[in-house]
Design a protein around this ligand. Structure first.
Ligand code: SF4
Ligand code: SF4
Length: 329
């Protein structure tokens, strides 16, 4: 085995986009492979959990974990990789703040299982079968990971050293972060490895961002024509840029879509969704409660708009949950 630093990559509750973003390094991946030994990357190569268990503790230089934590297996892998790694990095929005999987925290576990295995129109399950955590057949036992009651970020399960934000992170951010760490740079623990400035600062539309906002109704990207040199807020289309950390190269506003907030908040923002909601709500042009409500009604999915990536780590965290996790759950 070479003496190059060892690097691991793992996914939990993830769509695969973060794994894809590693491949998006294109030819730069050759420089990465040259600098490190990849000792664990199950999505790309045949590694087993036992390979990691056999390694001494802290023998992996850095592990990037993407995806949120929903199952007992993901918890177990997060704890194992924490133990084996000197540096554990939450890679992407889902590991950072729960991401899109954490929108499932709007529903209780039982309701999700009921819908997925029984009620969805695409389901044909006349016998009402549900996967069980333990099943025996012909003397053989089969086990499945347990489905937890709440989706959590990686940092809500284990100690995380750094975060590379984004849905997914850009190849540039990944490359810069990896080579900075390999070069001996160790920012303070807990650092989010992206600029601590709002996205608006790097947005090509920033010169048209209004100083005074006034909303009589909100528009949506597919119903409102916004010129490519105009701030979305000037056209009354909610854009999360003012409450969101920069570093993504303003890919969405450059592609004629408002920012949806995947880089999470800057260090000065306690709750990204609350900040954006209070900023928009304080500029509504109506006075009477009924009139205010009809302006707000033009945002059909407030939670999905303002907490699309950060519900798990927000002040709200989840809807009231009467189901809690037990060893059997
Ligand atoms: S952060 Fe985005 S790209 Fe990465 S796993 Fe989550 S949803 Fe997919
Ligand atoms: S379009 Fe969005 S990100 Fe760009 S300046 Fe306006 S509010 Fe900020």
């Amino acid at each position: 085995m070479s003496d190059k630093p060892k690097v691991g990559l793992y996914w939990c509750a993830s769509c695969g986009g973060c794994e894809e973003s590693v491949v998006d390094l294109a030819e730069d991946i050759l420089a990465v492979v040259d600098a490190v030994d990849i000792v664990f990357w199950p999505v790309a190569m045949d590694f087993k959990k036992s390979d990691i268990e056999a390694m001494p503790d802290a023998s992996i230089f850095a592990t990037l974990v993407n995806g949120a934590v929903r199952t007992s297996e993901q918890e177990e892998m997060a704890r194992l990789l924490r133990r084996k790694s000197q540096v554990l990095i939450a890679y992407g929005s889902c590991a950072h703040s729960g991401g899109i999987p954490a929108l499932a925290n709007l529903y209780e576990k039982e309701r999700i299982l009921q819908y997925v295995y029984h009620d969805a129109s695409t389901v044909d399950n006349t016998e009402g079968v549900r996967p069980q955590a333990k099943h025996s057949e012909n003397g053989f036992a089969v086990t499945l990971p347990r489905f937890r009651a709440t989706v959590r970020s990686l940092g809500q399960v284990v100690d995380v050293d750094y975060t590379i934000p984004g849905c997914p992170p850009t190849p540039r951010l990944l490359k810069e972060a990896l080579f900075a760490l390999l070069g001996g740079a160790r920012p303070p623990k807990g650092t989010v490895l992206a600029p601590d400035t709002a996205l608006c600062d790097e947005c090509p539309r920033r010169d048209s961002k209004p100083v005074d906002l006034h909303f009589d109704a909100f528009g949506r990207p597919h119903t409102t024509l916004v010129r490519d040199d105009t701030c979305f807020l000037a056209a009354a289309v909610p854009c999360m840029g003012p409450a969101t950390r920069g570093g993504c190269e303003a890919l969405c506003p450059s592609g004629n879509m408002p920012c949806t907030g995947c880089f999470g908040p800057t260090s000065r923002v306690l709750d990204q969704g609350a900040k954006m909601m209070s900023s928009l709500a304080s500029n509504i042009g109506a006075e009477e409660p009924e009139a205010i409500r009809s302006v707000l009604d033009t945002i059909p999915d407030p939670l999905g708009t303002f907490y699309r990536y950060g519900l798990a780590t927000s002040l709200l965290r989840r809807v009231h949950n009467s189901q809690t996790d037990s060893p059997q759950s």
